[in-house]
Write a protein that binds this ligand. Sequence first.
Ligand code: PLP
Length: 380
Amino acid sequence: MGAVQDRLADAARVRERRGTVRTTRVGPGWEEDGGDRLLDLASNDYLGLSTDHRLKAAAIAATERYGTGARASRVVTGTLPVHTELELALAELTGQPAALAFSSGYAANLGILTALGGPDTLILSDQHIHASLVDAARLSRSPIETIPHSDLAVLGDVLANRTQTRAIVVVESVYSVLGDAPNLLDAAALCAKYDALLVVDEAHGIGVLGEGRGGVHAAGLAGAEHVVVTATLSKALGAQGGAVLGSTMLREHLVNTARSFIFDTGLAPAPAAAAAAGCRVILAEPERVEALHRVASLIASSCGVDRAAGPVQSIRVGSPETAVEVTERLRDEGILVGCFRPPSVPDGISRLRLTAHAGADPDRLLWATALITSMLLERP
Ligand SMILES: Cc1ncc(COP(=O)(O)O)c(C=O)c1O
């Protein structure tokens, strides 16, 4: 017990130096938080769908019909018609042959890499991939090579010189750290050349790239045999949950082998129905995606940074202390921004992250970005 207490005390001292993570209740655009009015430049509700009346109605109807929980694993009695509806809607949105819904994007990533990895399969993971993919690769018991961010030359070399029969390359269609998008076509071509599978996490790509149908669809790779997509339903789709998208044979394999699917209660009916409705809205209203990109461009230009491909625009900050201090001062002004700093960044650089939302008011945005820029100018 003493050792545990010592460990907690050490961790508390580190937090004191770096600044603590605080949780804040917030909603789309302006929201009440203890009486304050907050401008949300931090949440992942890129298209504002989490409060869309059609998604709410779908969630309510599914709850009325099926209850509040799935009651069991999907492989026992937990598969409901609403899961099938969701999987069809996801497949249609992304142009993939089949989809399998998981209870989160994290579980989807664990599912695909543990089901396909193993000691005879090399996993080549981009340096900037999300923690869920890092954990999934580790849990798969595969040998792992970390590839410098988006470095296709190194990727090709490692693929060509591997000793393992099988290989899985893991990338994101929009990286959550820098908001940049890799060249999926070239990565897929390398994978085809060296007989590897390309797994693309589209957590930040669905609802964002290629009229909202994702980066894999935009690159003309939807349905390609050696390309698999993972997704979260909790960002642009406005709900909760995750999915793997690919061939029907892959889906069948996951149902039978993915432990995070088999040993996990099925996704609850309400978020499943909401995400299915979200897919339909994205397909029917591409103008939402266009609005998101206009807002992202406005944020980038008014902060003087290069426009990133995704909704998140990053501003480099000199030190973790400055990042925390500016984030807190902005919070006091009623502006919520993301604060990324070591150790949760792959390159050791602290950043403010400003997230675009399709429905943001341009005047409020310009006010907020002017304040952010002036605060950063005061600091190294
Ligand atoms: C790139 C990426 N993959 C996976 C996830 C996990 O998704 P979920 O929140 O649905 O578990 C996230 C969410 O933060 C993410 O950013």
